[in-house]
Design a protein around this ligand. Sequence first.
Ligand code: CP
Length: 323
Amino acid sequence: MNVSLPENYVWPHKHLIGLEDLSADDIRFVMQTASGFASMSTRSVKKVPALRGKVVVNLFFESSTRTKSSFYLAASRLSADTLDFTSTGSSVSKGETVRDTAMNIEAMGVDIIVCRHMESGVPRMLSQAVDCSVVNAGDGQHEHPTQALLDIYTMGTELGRSDFDFSGLNVGIAGDIAHSRVARSLLIGLKKLGANVLLIGPPTIVPRTFEAMGCEVHHDFDAILERLDVANMLRVQFERITSQAFPSVREYSALYGLSPERLAIMKKNVLIMHPGPINRGLEVASEVADGPNSVILKQVTNGLAVRMAVLFLVHGAQYLDAN
Ligand code: CP
């Protein structure tokens, strides 16, 4: 890793709510810290005492496979005590508010709350209500910061961009951009690192308004296949699309799915990414998802090191501000 940071750089954030709050230096510092934890994962003893005696709570109000397990393992590897809270079967069903739930859990002596919620803004609200650190594990259509950080880590390490200066890199994000917290966090982070971001999909879910954020908007995937260094294929979020965004799943797949034929036209070393969970045969063909250009499972592996870095930094930060 070849990250260059100002000599007097200090991580300033008590919470991680979104990449909108991070500077390019902050993102690069997370990458550098994650790199240290990634090399530790190859040792026979994978635990470090960095958060020994601390308590990390997973406060998830929405389903998750990757993020929840990854935060749980990350906290365990840092030697923290962990508590998994799920809203099903809790007093939320009796009408308790999210704020009261979080404040009651914090009262048991919690140091970090990791929160996923279907409503945008809940982690930010909690960060203002509790004294401990809050990490956003995905809120509504707002942000999914650790997914973006692990995606950036994967791009930097796989493409040999170890300084995490992404100038000149063409990163395509295809799919349901309008409803995607993954896309929002990622494009914010990539723009801060200097990448050229190409958003791809039908006008109903990839509106031209994203051009105001400095992104290219493309409705014809085939026209830009040869330009891409990375193709990040987002899941079509049937649960968030309220109106008919495209005529049929078959048409979406024909126009925007990553097929072996499309992959054959792309750069030989193009990285194929997907945040998961995959709708196989819709956004990406199985042969492509499981093929040599795919780094989909490496994203998951890298997520552990990135989340260790985030937990370590937010808790140990010498906070300069209240973000
Ligand atoms: N990428 C992601 O957030 O996956 P989960 O919903 O399984 O956590």
